[in-house]
Design a protein around this ligand. Structure first.
Ligand code: DGL
Length: 280
């Protein structure tokens, strides 16, 4: 008997260049605990933030294909840089050739959809990697959905390396955090909402808070992405049907699983054992 792989239930794939997507996965898991997930961190090649469009696209496509090879019908790019630089090409060019029934979703759109209900002044600041900021994805998406919002942006190229190298809560991080927060705030006095437009940045939130006045709200993306996924699955029962519901998560990294285990176990507050994989 030939089994159609399209009908086999499979976990939701969650991808990031490294550890950042874990901040999104933990929110998704708390909102949608019944589903199974596969997390893939391309730690060996992180950070993606300073890499060219072509390289981010190639690495992200490798990761998406690997998650498809694990059976995933739905993949979330829990990475702004990959969402900004690779998502559209993968959706338009690659998916129709690979398998038009599979889906890849990003994190920028769900974040942008939530902004208008949070800002009162309609002046918003975005912190992100150089790649995300240079792509202007936030400005473009916000101008489509909420043209009344004024957007100021700041690239923070040192922040992902601080997280990936476990320096994010050390005193040395203060210098780089203050520098970029001050730069952003100097661009517009009326900013009342700052979006952490990189999934690594929630790990720096205590430092960021130190340098931001109390009246400014900081938005992490995890809960917006989780709510948006819930809504997506509600609107697409044919996809929801194909998601495995065993409430488990498998973790994979392209670098040392020891480092990954230490970091992920701390974040999830439980013992996590990842497997190392090679992407090609
Ligand atoms: N977490 C990724 C993002 O949201 C970090 C990108 C990087 O590796 O620089 O943009």
């Amino acid at each position: 008997m030939i089994v159609d792989s399209n009908q086999i239930k499979a976990p939701i794939g969650v991808f990031d260049s490294g550890f950042g997507g874990l901040t999104v996965l933990s929110e998704i898991k708390s909102l949608l605990p019944e589903y199974s997930y596969i997390y893939l961190g391309d730690n060996m090649r992180a950070p993606y933030g300073n890499r060219s469009f072509d390289t981010v696209y190639e690495f992200t496509l490798n990761a998406v294909k690997w998650l498809f090879s694990q059976g995933c019908h739905l993949v979330i790019l829990a990475c702004n840089t990959a969402s900004a630089k690779a998502l559209r090409s993968i959706q338009r060019r690659d998916l129709p050739q690979i398998d038009s029934s599979r889906r890849v979703l990003g994190v920028i759109r769900p974040t942008v959809e939530s902004i208008a209900s949070i800002t009162n002044t309609n002046h918003v600041g975005i912190l992100g990697t150089s790649g995300t900021i240079k792509s202007k994805s936030y400005e473009i998406e916000i101008s489509k959905l909420s043209p009344e919002i004024k957007v100021s942006t700041e690239a923070c190229p040192m922040w992902v390396p601080l997280v990936e190298n476990n320096e994010y809560d050390k005193p040395g991080a203060d210098y780089f955090v203050k520098q970029h927060v001050d730069n952003l705030l100097s661009k517009d006095n009326n900013i009342d909402t700052i979006i952490l437009g990189c999934t690594h940045y929630p790990l720096l939130v205590n430092k960021i808070n130190k340098f931001i006045p109390d009246n400014i709200k900081i938005m992490s993306q995890g809960n917006f992405v989780a709510e948006s996924l819930k809504d997506y699955l509600f609107r697409h029962p044919e996809m929801e049907f194909k998601i495995e519901k065993k409430s488990d998560i498998r973790f994979y990294t392209t670098d040392s699983s020891d480092d990954f285990n230490m970091f992920a176990s701390l974040l999830f507050n439980e013992e996590i054992i990842a497997q190392q994989v090679t992407l090609q």
